[in-house]
Design a protein around this ligand. Structure first.
Ligand SMILES: [Zn+2]
Length: 112
């Protein structure tokens, strides 16, 4: 924590002060970004990995394909949670939702 009274941004798995870079313990209010250690944060992480892997905004189907099937094929997360967090991730980053696409495997994403 710091006394900058500034905003925090996600750096890797930690929120850091945008002014001094001090890590924030937990999830600061108002970032709109879920803590990476939570299920919601996991979904955001998948979205970001898919973006990096495919070079474009992942489709809802791709994110669902990774997040909802039970292990070992997927992460076994709730359908509605995934849909909600995908939408929030897209909006937060100023993207548009996408359709279609082929879902990468967990191994391709470095999650399996
Ligand atoms: Zn600071």
């Amino acid at each position: 924590m710091c006394t900058c009274n500034s905003t925090y941004t996600l750096s890797g798995n930690t929120f850091v002060c945008t002014v001094c870079g001090t890590p924030f313990v937990g999830t600061p209010r108002g970032t709109g970004v879920p803590n990476p250690t939570t299920k919601c944060g996991t979904i955001w992480g998948v979205c970001t990995k898919l973006y990096t892997l495919t070079g474009g905004v992942p489709t809802r189907g791709m994110v669902l394909g990774v997040c909802t099937p039970p292990a070992p094929k997927g992460l076994g997360l709730n359908y509605h949670t995934v849909v909600t967090q995908y939408q929030r991730w897209v909006t937060h980053n100023g993207y548009n939702t996408q359709k279609g696409g082929v879902t990468p495997t967990l191994t391709q994403l470095g999650l399996g």
